[in-house]
Design a protein around this ligand. Structure first.
Ligand code: COA
Ligand code: ZN
Length: 314
């Protein structure tokens, strides 16, 4: 098993799924499509395009089909949709998504609030989705929500999280995401859980999905990198959050993540200036400011002119 910070990390953009699901205003379909098409040109490895969920539960993503149909897909980008149940999976397969992201929460209370079923029932539902996807080209990723803590139940035992990952693989899912749904993870906990995951499932692709709810998002990325993880979800501008978790706020910001990784010498393949330009276009699209920092501050390497009074003295 490789340890230490990997030389390259994969950036997985979730702004039009996690980012928009909690926004108060509906973003018109053509704006979503334009944003995804622009993101496709930035070098991100994956884009979580939308969710095929109940429009009553998440009104902002009610146009999932239209968005999936209208985007211009690049062969080097993996286009993903979140699905909560068989009906969503069938719609996502019909829309020819490259990957389906199946979600359940390790904590029973959050799963009941979010998916309106027990984790056991969700897992049973996964079996039907695996059967429906058999023979198609779609990859199946399983996300474990509240893996680092639940806003209702608190900390979740690492064993319970790892056993659930094992159940995902046994059902037939291909890869796993550990999601810190409401930003409860701390870096030591992340290092320990990622290390334990990799010790038990060395050959399984692992994504970390962090929210910056308590300011620990990028510290958690560093801890995950040091435990050997190399795939990260992030949202342009740092917007987002689960509508069914009290106090949820944005994902880690994609441009802040790429900026940090570049500064550390970890390759991402992402065009940071292009990403920053898109992040700076978000406030006008959404009607509010964004939490991302680098879009406001500029890159650490963007130097300013020496003040005039100092130049005169030189
Ligand atoms: N896509 C679209 N509509 C769906 C759907 C899907 N995948 N699954 C169910 N529905 C519709 C049903 O037709 C029904 O519609 P109606 O109220 O107009 O009759 C309604 O949703 C409720 O269906 P039901 O089967 O009774 O499910 P539920 O009320 O127990 O809801 C979920 C279960 C999972 C479908 C719903 O809670 C949901 O979509 N949640 C989304 C959670 C989410 O995205 N969270 C954030 C990301 S983790
Ligand atoms: Zn999230």
């Amino acid at each position: 098993m490789r340890t230490g910070v990997p030389p390259r990390a994969f950036i997985q953009e979730v702004v039009t799924r996690d980012g928009l699901q909690i926004e108060p205003r509906f973003l018109p379909t053509e704006d979503k499509v334009a944003l995804i098409d622009a993101l496709s040109q930035t070098g991100v490895a994956k884009i979580e395009v939308t969710s095929f969920v109940s429009p009553r539960a998440v009104p902002n993503l009610a146009d999932a089909r239209e968005v999936a149909r209208a985007i211009r897909r690049r062969p080097d980008v993996t286009y993903v949709a979140l699905v909560p149940n068989l009906r969503g999976a069938e719609a996502a397969l019909e829309a020819d998504m490259d990957e389906l992201n199946l979600v359940l929460s390790v904590s029973e209370t959050h799963n009941l609030a979010n998916m309106r079923m027990t984790p056991q029932d969700s897992l049973e539902g996964f079996r039907a989705i695996v059967a429906a996807a058999a023979g198609t080209r779609a990859a199946l990723n399983g996300s474990i929500a509240t893996a680092f803590g639940c806003p209702f139940e608190g900390a979740q035992p690492a064993e319970k999280v790892l056993d659930l990952a094992e159940a995902y693989l046994a059902v037939g899912l291909h890869s796993v995401t550990l999601a810190d749904t409401t930003g409860m993870a701390n870096p030591r906990q992340v290092f320990a859980l990622v290390s334990a995951f990799r010790a038990r499932f060395d050959d399984v692709k692992l994504t970390l999905h962090f929210h910056n709810t308590r300011g620990m998002g990028l510290a958690n990325v560093l801890a995950a990198l040091e435990a050997g993880a190399d795939r990260f979800d992030a949202s342009l501008g740092g917007i987002g959050g689960c509508p069914f978790a009290p106090g949820a706020t944005g994902n880690i910001s994609t441009e802040d993540l790429v900026h940090m990784l570049e500064a550390m010498g970890v390759e991402t393949g992402v065009d940071l200036p292009a990403l920053l330009a898109l992040a700076r276009s978000l406030p006008a699209l959404l009607g509010h400011d964004i939490p991302g920092q680098v879009a406001k501050a500029g890159r650490s390497g963007d130097l300013h002119p020496v003040p005039a009074h100092l130049r005169a003295a030189q």
